[in-house]
Each structure stands twice: as C-alpha cells, then as structure tokens.
Ligand binder design. Structure first.
Ligand code: SGN
Ligand code: CA
Length: 520
C-alpha cells in the first residue's frame, strides 16, 4: 500500500477543519419575516425615543430598543386619524375613499379587496393577526386570527375566532403577548411569517394592569402651555367634545369616587367594559389602589376650576402612561423572544399605532384632527444588517406607505393601484431625491362621538392647510413659527400666496389619488 505523503495529510486535515467549522446551513434566499406591533392611540409624546418631556418621566425602554437598533420615523402621518380607517389604510396602502372604510361607524371593511395579509399569503408567507382588529367584518387573508370583540376589554377580555368567542382571564396586553408567543412557537419554521400583534392599549378608558395601578402616583407630568386654549380663530377646535376637564366622564375615564372614602365610581356610561369585566376580588384590588389617591381630589376647593382641571390632567396622564408600561413590557418580551430564537437578523420589527393622541394639548384627549399630535404616528423599525442602527427618517411618510414598503422589503411586487410609496430606499440608505413634499389627509366622521367636524387638508414640512368643508372654513398654520397650531393665519395679509399654492397642491393630490367629487 502507498504511504500517505505529508501534503496529503495536510490536505485532509484542512478539509476536516473546514467541514467542522461550517455553520448550520441557512436557506439560500431567506425572505424576511415581518413582525408588526401596533398599539392603539399611542402618542409620540409617550415614547421616550422621541424625547418629549412627558415620556422622560415615564420612559419606554423596550420600545426604544427598536429605535436604537434601527430607525425612528419623525414625520410619519396617518391618512385619517381614527382607528378603523387607519387600519384599513395600512392593510390596503390606500386612502379611505379608495378602500371604503372612511369612518368607524360603517358596515364593515370590504375583505374581498387586496390586502397586505392576502398578498403575503399568496407569496408563501404564514399570516397571523392577534389582538385588536376593529374593522367590523371578519378578517380575511390570515391563516390564523384571534381578535378582540370590537374595541375589546382591558380585564378578562373576550377573544373571537372563526369558531367561537372565549373569555380569557387576565389583562389584555399580557394575554395578547402570550398568544403571540404561542403562535410563534407553533408556526412552521420553514416559512416566513407576517404577524400583526395589535394591542388595545393605551385606548380609552386607560385601565392599567393591576401591578401598575400606582406606578406614576408620585409623578407630576408637565401641563402643556395650551392646556387652557381659548380656540380663538378656530371654529372646529372650539366646538369639539374631547376636552379633559369638560368632556371626560368622572367615573369611566377619571376613576373618581362619588364621595371621599366611598368605594363607588362616579358617572360611567359603559360599566360593562370596566367593573363589569372584573371579579369581586379584582374590584377590591382596584379600590385598594385608588381609594387613597381619590381622596386627594376632595382636598381641592370645588370652585377652583383651574386646580380641578390640572388634577384631572394628572390622573389622565398617570393612568395613560401606566397602561403604556405594560405595552412596553410586551415589546420587551417579544424582542427577547426574537433574540432567544435566532430571529433577529431576519425579521423586520415595526412598532407603531393607528394614530396619534392628545395628552392635554389644546385641553384635549382623543384624536381625529389634522393638528400635529393626532395626525403624527409614532413609527419605529429594526432590521439589523439592512437598516443602520440609530438612524432617523425625517421625510414625510404616511400609513399608506406601509403596505408597499413591507412588500418591497420582502421582494414582492407592489400592486399598481396602491396610493402609498415604498420607503425601502430611505430605510436602506438609498437615494430619496424624488420623495414627496406634501401629504393628503381626510377625516370624515361627523356627526359622531367627540363632535369633530369633517375636514381635509394638505401638509408640507412648514405649512399646513385645512378645510372644514361642511362649514366652508379654511385654516392655515405656519408650523415653523407656530408649532402648537394656535394661530390660524388663513386670510391674513401676506399669506394669500401661500394658501393659493397649498390649494393647488391639495387639488393635485386629490387628482393623484382619484378622490371622487363627492369627497372634495
Ligand atoms: C370609543 C371611545 C371614544 C373614541 C372611539 C374611537 N369611547 O368610542 O373616546 O374616540 O372609541 O376610538 S370609549 O370610552 O368607549 O372608549 S378608536 O381608536 O377606536 O378610533
Ligand atoms: Ca385608535
């Protein structure tokens, strides 16, 4: 037999070394997963990555992890600042008039049209939806869905599937997180996924998890400069019904007791979604946490309307931010799960909400208006290796861009009739010379709860033009000089050319999106 030569031995040794060093094989072309996390009514002012003074007192370290690992959108806006319509725009990539879901009160989303979920499924993705849906008709395009009933409940909520409705014990944010983890555990690991985890929180009436009832009791949040807005020169702002100190229900929203030391709530028109969902022990725990702090309210002179209004704002913000604490914990659990299961590098994680929210600005809670706080949507994304860590995107983006962008990122063709544009080049560090410089907005729900007049408008980086068309009232704001939108300068000497230019821009956008005459 031939004796092995030294160079043969070397050759075999190197081969063995290479084989043993080889990593477990990944699939040739891996398509990314999309993990889409959405809260309901989460204001940018309440996410610490955005740096607002309120959020500094109630930080969101886990949501901020996404911005640190990826991108913070600083000018992402919704098309129609209300729940169902925003969700419909996200699913279809279209403005409300084109997807048909223009207001919350309607017969239901037309689930026969093309949606993000359907397109992902047709392209081999597993699709799943867990949490708040609020589009009235049954979800389509999802392999798996388990949704809250309508707005859903905070305590021991009902979950609806195609088969049944089941009450699940616990706190809604925690349950949605657990259901999401369960789904991730049992999915087919050979296929990519498109998963929507959609929290109810921090929607009205801001009931925190039991463990957070007293979390911010000792925190005094800053009162916005325009908390006592007189609404001068702004007809619709003067006629809304979403004022913290006038329109909040003292029981339902503010959780006040009828008398000092008495465990009974003030006015709550919807007790079936509050104490109606709790066990007697849970109600007892609620009173143990709220009794003493409610007593403090009775120290205030009832004729001192300013102190009463300020107390109400503190209670509102303490509860709102305590509700967000559980959302932040949820995000932390999901991000940890991705890390523990080697899913980080191949998953685009999105954190957003359906619209922004007022935290006392103009004296308000709720949304609907085209003014900044409810128009802007906090939006954060991570996709390590593809999106550079710690960047921000200041371009004017919109919720109609989500669908085309997600498809583009996953290498799936974008249907030609979507209104939105793919922001993938912005995310991946490409050129964006021809990115849009204005966005179109339209809110329809009037008459309706909170009495916000229907309006449409256009926003550029500096100026915003709003038209309350039923009353034929125009408003113009210079966001550079008046960022809190207190001075309607429409019609003021010297602003005519700006208004004319914006009107032309508005008509151009309406043409571009084929807005029918009845909605102009
Ligand atoms: C409920 C709320 C309103 C809120 C709408 C729409 N009242 O009716 O304050 O504006 O939902 O919200 S509640 O006390 O019953 O919660 S949306 O986010 O679903 O559009
Ligand atoms: Ca909402």
């Amino acid at each position: 037999m031939m004796k092995p030569k030294l160079h043969h031995i070397y050759f075999f040794a190197i081969c063995i070394l290479l084989i043993s060093c080889e990593k477990p094989k990944k699939k040739e072309v891996e398509r990314p997963n999309i993990l889409y996390i959405m809260a309901d009514d989460h204001a940018v002012q309440a996410i610490s990555a955005y740096g607002h003074p309120i959020s500094k007192l109630a930080p969101t370290p886990n949501i901020d992890r996404i911005a640190k690992a990826g991108v913070l959108f600083t000018a992402n806006y919704c098309a129609n600042s209300i729940c169902g319509p925003s969700r419909a725009s996200i699913l279809t990539g279209k403005h409300s008039h084109a997807n048909g879901f223009m207001q919350n009160n309607n017969e239901g989303f037309d689930g026969s049209q093309a949606t993000l979920a359907k397109i992902f499924r047709e392209n081999g993705y597993q699709t799943s939806l867990i949490g708040k849906w609020h589009l009235v008709s049954e979800p389509t395009g999802f392999d798996h869905w388990q949704i809250l009933n309508d707005q859903g409940e905070y305590n021991n909520p009902d979950f609806v599937t195609s088969k049944d409705t089941v009450k699940i014990s616990g706190y809604v944010t925690d349950i949605i997180t657990e259901l999401t983890v369960d789904w991730l555990d049992q999915r087919d690991p050979e296929k990519p996924f498109f998963l929507m985890m959609q929290h109810k929180a921090p929607h009205r009436s801001w009931i925190p998890a039991e463990r957070h009832y007293n979390l911010y009791d000792d925190v005094e949040f800053p009162v916005p400069n325009n908390y006592f807005d007189d609404y001068e020169g702004r007809f619709a702002a003067a006629n809304q019904e979403m004022n913290v100190y006038r329109d909040m229900f003292e029981g339902h929203d503010l959780k006040l007791s009828i008398e000092r030391g008495v465990d009974s709530l003030r006015f709550d028109p919807w007790s079936h979604v509050f104490f109606g969902r709790m066990t007697p022990e849970e109600i007892e725990k609620f009173w143990d946490a709220y009794r003493e702090k409610n007593d403090a309210y009775f120290e205030i002179d009832p004729s001192d309307s300013v102190s009463i209004a300020e107390w109400k704002l503190q209670r509102y913000l303490q509860d709102y931010l305590a509700v967000i604490k559980a959302v932040d914990e949820s995000v932390g659990k999901i991000l940890d799960y991705l890390e523990e299961n080697d899913l980080v590098d191949n998953t685009l994680v999105v954190y957003t909400t359906d619209q922004g929210f007022y935290l006392g600005e103009h004296g308000w809670f709720d949304k609907r208006f085209m003014y900044e706080e409810s128009f802007i949507m906090p939006t954060l994304m991570q996709y390590p290796g593809k999106i550079e860590a710690g960047i921000s995107i200041p371009h004017l983006t919109q919720n109609i861009d989500f669908a085309p962008s997600f498809l583009d990122i996953c290498g799936i063709a974008i249907p030609g009739d979507m209104h939105g544009a793919s922001f993938k080049p912005l995310l991946f560090g490409g050129l964006a010379a021809d990115w849009r410089s204005s966005i179109y907005y339209h809110y329809y729900e009037f008459p309706g709860i909170h009495n916000v007049r229907a309006h449409y408008g256009v926003k550029e980086e500096r100026y915003k033009l709003i038209y309350f068309y039923k009353e034929d009232i125009w408003e113009l704001y210079d966001l550079q000089n008046d960022p809190t939108e207190m001075k309607n300068i429409y019609g003021n000497e010297g602003t005519e050319a700006i208004s004319e230019r914006l009107k032309t821009e508005l008509r151009k956008l309406q043409d571009q999106y084929a807005v029918p005459d009845e909605h102009r």
